[in-house]
Design a protein around this ligand. Structure first.
Ligand SMILES: Cc1cc2nc3c(=O)[nH]c(=O)nc-3n(C[C@H](O)[C@H](O)[C@H](O)COP(=O)(O)O)c2cc1C
Length: 475
């Protein structure tokens, strides 16, 4: 039993009335509308920590979902509370860290809109204040509405966003790892820090010029634990190079396996240890005492789902406005190739939906809760069997659990599923490193607080005794 892979469990959330559950804030048990109260998030963090969840992972977007019935129309989005309004998650992290000891916090931030110098400072600050319990979900962003609000007419082209992100990461590695020598801070009668051990990074690149030095002294992790979720070729190459945990969505483990293999292979090819990359599948779990009770709960919750909000989510994710089509258009045969291929993929992979017409209604219903990830509904046994199958078939390391109703979905998981996973030897009884950093607990290894040596960011380390960091000697 003890040889089984120990699962990583994260709660997937967003600081908005609804995340992947448009309209469900109206369901009497849902507390989505409390998203702007610290007490709401502190209570969730504490109960997840008591159950030994690895992290709460906060998704974030920088614009409204305004494509559906657009252009630039937020009318379907606003009543549904669909990822709008939305607060910046980073501000709450020090408060959540103060109320907990070991759970970590993944925070989404964009490389397309926030400059690296400021971003590096924000994450260092929170890494200090949380004793190293913050992770960065690196996104390149996908909403035109964000681009317009950051002064662009439209989005930077997709693959170009990843090229920018790659240089961006190099800038932040230099700031986090190569600007303050490990022994720079003295805090004694001779001074706070040794000025010869704090250096400018003098980064001059295609997209960024950042002289430095980094404004913050080294925090526990230096570089926050790095998470990413690219699915395109460019996105996956970026993830294989930089990410320490990668999020993947998919309806079935058989379909996810090739992506998992490809990421591990790409990582190995650039000299990384594939074991240093944790692969986390996004799933919605609705669990109750029996299969029937879980199904009934699911049916009850989706009654409150907002179909217009659901189509607004689709519009933002895909860039396609389904409002332009007739109610009974079957999107398996629509002329827009990207929509056709996405819908045909769903039609062939979503269980039980092989032979139905994929109309606007089918799509909105499908996306009402849990987004485009797998939905696993049933008793603890049913759900645990399916999660085990995911681990075996897809070789994933854990799960990012979204919610249909907050905090109810997590309460049920803690009550029914977590004990079952423990019984099967699949989930730890306690944190590997109590009070440890995010990196230590994700890798399950005390002392593994800094980037692993084979990670590309490690070349920027400035170790005690070195006059300048190694990378700078080579420049
Ligand atoms: C589980 C998961 C969580 C994600 N969270 C966010 C997020 O919070 N904000 C965001 O802008 N994009 C988010 N994304 C989108 C990804 O960053 C990425 O844009 C998407 O998977 C498409 O991949 P590509 O950019 O390589 O085409 C998420 C994706 C997945 C699968």
């Amino acid at each position: 039993m003890s040889e089984k892979k120990q699962l990583i469990l994260n709660a997937f959330a967003m600081q908005a009335p609804g995340h992947l559950n448009p309209g469900v804030f109206r369901y009497p048990k849902d507390q989505g509308s409390q998203y702007n109260k610290l007490t709401h998030w502190i209570s969730l963090a504490q109960k997840l920590e008591a159950a030994k969840f690895h992290a709460i992972f906060f998704a974030d977007v920088l614009g409204g979902y305004d494509v559906y019935k657009g252009p630039a129309n937020l009318h379907p989005t606003i009543p549904a509370g669909t990822q709008f309004p939305i607060n910046d998650p980073l501000y709450s992290i020090p408060a959540l860290a103060a109320a907990t000891e070991s759970i970590s916090f993944g925070v989404t931030a964009s490389t397309t809109y926030d400059p690296p110098y400021a971003q590096a400072r924000r994450f260092s600050t929170v890494d200090h204040l949380s004793n190293g319990r913050v992770g960065w979900n690196i996104v390149t962003s996908y909403l035109d509405s964000a681009a317009r609000n950051f002064g662009l007419n439209t989005q930077v082209e997709h693959d170009e966003r990843y090229r920018i992100a790659d240089e961006y990461l190099n800038v932040t590695y230099k700031l986090w790892e190569g600007s303050w020598r490990d022994d720079a801070v003295k805090n004694d009668q001779s001074g706070y820090a040794d000025p010869d051990r704090v250096r400018q990074i003098d980064h001059k690149g295609k997209y960024f010029n950042v002289p430095g030095p980094h404004l913050c002294e080294p925090s526990a992790q230096r570089t926050p634990f790095l998470l990413q979720a690219g699915t395109s070729t460019a996105g996956r190459a970026f993830a294989a190079k930089h990410a320490e945990a990668i999020f993947l969505n998919g309806h079935a483990p058989e379909l996810v396996r090739p992506s998992v293999d490809s990421i591990r292979k790409q990582a190995a090819e650039i000299g990384r240890d594939p074991g240093d990359i944790k692969i986390i599948a996004g799933v919605l779990v609705i669990v109750a005492e029996t299969d029937e009770a879980a199904q009934a709960k699911f049916e009850e919750i989706i009654k409150y789902g907002d179909h217009e909000g659901s189509l607004a989510l689709f519009g933002g994710w895909s860039g396609y406005d389904l409002g332009k089509y007739d109610e009974d258009q079957d999107f398996r045969f629509v002329e827009a190739p990207a929509v056709r291929s996405m819908v045909n993929h769903w039609a062939s992979t979503v269980p039980g939906k092989e032979d139905i017409k994929w109309t606007r209604r089918t799509i909105s219903e499908y996306l009402l809760v849990g987004g485009n990830g797998a939905k696993i509904i049933g008793s603890a046994k049913t759900v645990a069997d399916e999660l085990e199958r995911w681990v075996e078939v897809a070789d994933v390391d854990g799960f990012n659990l979204s919610y249909a109703s907050i905090p109810e979905t997590f309460d049920d998981i803690i009550e029914y599923l977590v004990p079952e996973l423990r019984r099967r030897g699949l989930f730890w009884d306690d944190y590997a490193v109590k009070g440890g950093t995010m990196r230590e607990n994700f890798y399950g290894q005390k002392g593994k607080t800094r980037l692993p040596d084979a990670h590309p960011g490690a070349q920027y380390f400035w170790k005690a005794g070195e006059e300048v960091p190694k990378y700078a000697q080579a420049e």
